[in-house]
Ligand binder design. Structure first.
Ligand code: ROI
Length: 159
């Protein structure tokens, strides 16, 4: 199934390298292949301001994994890359968020998909728009409409 999107973020321990190795690790998973990658972006932190800027990106994958199984695998990659959560909304080595799982909506203790932050976070919405400009997101609506209400807020495309 295509139309599965993952958001990546890092602001510790060589963030660009963290993003690249996470994408590689995701592509190496059984039953997952990366079909599209956004550029890398730098963004000022949302949350405490006394932390480094983030590097963010969004990828699309093609997968046969169920959402929870995929989440398990993403969390394993976070652990392998030494993720530590130092404080709420604080700095992190790597954050992998399951943003969209095709046309599905999922809501339980572990997953809220589509991710409720998509439309509110420029560092998620704009990279997503780069690779899926015509996307209609379940519960949130049309990408081009969402973009109208989401200023860049300091987001900058790298490359
Ligand atoms: N801020 C930015 N700019 N990028 C992120 O990926 C990010 N991730 C987070 C919080 C702490 C909310 N802030 C962020 O989890």
């Amino acid at each position: 199934m295509k139309g599965v999107f993952i958001g990546l973020g890092s602001n510790l321990a060589e963030p660009m390298a963290q993003i690249h190795s996470a994408i590689e690790a995701i592509d190496l998973l059984d039953d997952v292949s990366v079909v599209s990658k956004s550029s890398l972006y730098s963004s000022p932190p949302m949350g405490p301001q006394d932390q480094p800027d983030y590097i963010n990106a969004v990828i699309e994958i093609d997968t046969t994994l169920f959402a929870h199984k995929l989440l398990d695998q993403l969390q394993e990659i976070e652990q392998q890359q030494g993720r530590v959560r130092q404080r709420h909304w604080g700095e992190r080595t790597i954050d992998l968020d399951l943003l969209i799982y095709g046309g599905n909506t999922l809501e339980d203790e572990r997953l809220n998909v589509p991710h409720p932050g998509i439309a509110l976070r420029s560092f998620v919405l704009h990279p997503l728009a780069e690779i899926a400009p015509d996307l209609i997101i379940p519960t949130l609506g049309a990408m081009q409409e969402l973009l109208k209400n989401c200023p860049l807020d300091g987001l900058q495309r790298i490359d």
